[in-house]
Design a protein around this ligand. Structure first.
Ligand SMILES: [Zn+2]
Length: 82
């Protein structure tokens, strides 16, 4: 079972999206298909933005259709050529 790590950068060759998770006997490990580098799986491989909100894992909230109401009034921008 193998799957690539989205956004992961190889610590050896700096190749992005070249690392995949390999399930081995006793655990998992990362392997770079670009240079062949292997090491233990770490959580801090993928750089996470600190100031951005994590939108993943949020419960799906039903989005109500937004209706923009235009207040009645005189048109300030007539379709007049001139
Ligand atoms: Zn590599």
């Amino acid at each position: 079972m193998r799957r690539f790590i989205a956004g992961a950068v190889c610590p050896k060759c700096r190749a992005m999206d070249r690392l995949l998770i390999e399930v081995v006997d006793g655990g998992r490990r990362r392997r770079c298909v670009s240079c062949g580098h292997t090491d233990a799986e770490e959580e801090n491989l993928v750089p996470e933005p600190s100031t951005r909100l994590d939108t993943r894992g949020r419960p799906e909230t039903p989005t109500a259709p937004v209706r923009v109401l235009v207040p009645p009034g005189p048109r300030s921008n007539p379709d007049k050529g001139g």
